[in-house]
Design a protein around this ligand. Structure first.
Ligand SMILES: Nc1ncnc2c1ncn2[C@@H]1O[C@H](COP(=O)(O)OP(=O)(O)O)[C@@H](O)[C@H]1O
Ligand SMILES: [Mg+2]
Length: 324
């Protein structure tokens, strides 16, 4: 079960790369995305880490929250660094421009000296909503036919687990918002009746309906073993291994499919340096623990390279190692 089989598996629509900070998530995600693109698949690399670093890894500026085409490769690779603030602005605009009746409602309410409905909705947007919306946006790229596959470079464990818990959170929040909206709509109908207003359709409910539907899709996508795989990256240190165990346990709880674990930054045997050799000895002990504990998974071992992994050529080298 090497990584080559992921490249060959055309049913796969999404690869998530996760793990502790600094283990090599971004390098791995970028290298895999590059390999996929150069194998002929139209690939999108998305960073969900607020401390985006795919620009640094690719050696090209792909920041700004929009999809950017990656240059200098043989194939189609695009990249996107998700901007949570942008996602929430879009959501608010959708709610706002969703309906003429919303504007009518606002003026009727202020005539009656009531609160501004927009403020009520905006104020009840809970923390985490921006990221939930970003996730919903990212998942849309899996569904749309523009890309064959999406590779996610995720934030360190804790943040990513919160992100993956968001569909449940979002579901209940939208439910509350919709109930509130129904109540306000009913009130509005009575007011409109008084003023003899028209019966225009309020499309902001549709916006929320669509959002609710996409939340359901997110969960189905994340749990589908044919479409999705979450790859854990770790290094042979006890701290990293403990964290990987916790990550694995949480992903299992979410029913997210995992089959492969990448063990990165292994000090090569051939190295001629006392310090490195002693480090290697302790890594070998930890590797044994990794083999014991993660025995059910395909382990992909990657050696520590002399240089940092940066730029297309360097990523190509890493992808060769990952796939062999
Ligand atoms: N096998 C490796 N050999 C040499 N440098 C590596 C290796 N894997 C990762 N790095 C370097 O380690 C640093 C952290 O890697 P990165 O992919 O950004 O990790 P993460 O995304 O998990 O924080 C980067 O400078 C990267 O180039
Ligand atoms: Mg990273």
């Amino acid at each position: 079960m090497s990584l080559q089989s992921i490249i060959d598996d055309h049913q796969k629509k999404a690869l998530w790369v996760g793990g502790k900070g600094g283990v090599g998530k971004t390098s791995t995600a970028s290298a895999l995305a590059l390999a996929l693109a150069e194998s002929g698949r139209n690939t999108l690399l998305i960073s969900t880490d607020p401390a985006h670093s795919i620009s640094d890894s690719l050696g090209q500026d792909v920041s700004g929250g929009d999809i950017v085409k990656v240059e200098g490769i043989e194939g189609n690779l695009s990249a996107l660094e998700i901007d949570p603030a942008k996602a929430i602005e879009e959501f608010k605009e959708n709610l706002d421009s969703g309906s003429d009746s919303m504007n009518e409602l606002k003026s009727s309410m202020s005539m009656l000296g009531l609160d501004d409905i927009n403020e009520t909705i905006t104020e009840s947007i809970p923390p985490g909503m921006d990221e939930a919306l970003s996730l919903a946006k990212a998942i849309q790229y899996i569904e749309n036919d523009e890309f064959d596959i999406v590779v996610f470079d995720t934030a360190p464990t804790g943040h990513t687990l919160r992100l993956l818990a968001l569909p449940d959170f979002l579901d209940s929040f939208i439910g509350k918002l919709m109930k509130m909206r129904v109540r306000i709509s009913n009130m509005f109908s009575s007011i409109r009746g008084l003023f003899g207003g028209s019966g225009e359709k309020d499309t902001s409910m549709e916006v929320m309906d669509k959002l609710k539907e996409s939340v359901k899709n997110i969960k189905e996508h994340l749990q589908d073993p044919y479409m999705t795989e979450f790859i854990i990256v770790t290094i042979p240190t006890l701290m990293a291994v403990y964290e990987s165990k916790r990550l694995l346990a949480s992903l299992n709880q979410f029913n997210i499919p995992i089959r492969r674990i990448i063990v990165n930054q292994i000090v090569p045997e051939t190295i001629d340096c006392k310090f490195c050799l002693s480090r290697r000895a302790s890594q070998l002990e930890t590797l044994e623990q990794i083999e014991d504990y993660f025995g059910d998974f395909a382990l992909i071992r990657i050696q520590q390279q002399e240089d940092e992994i940066r730029g297309i050529e360097s990523l190509r080298n890493l992808s060769r190692m990952l796939l062999s």
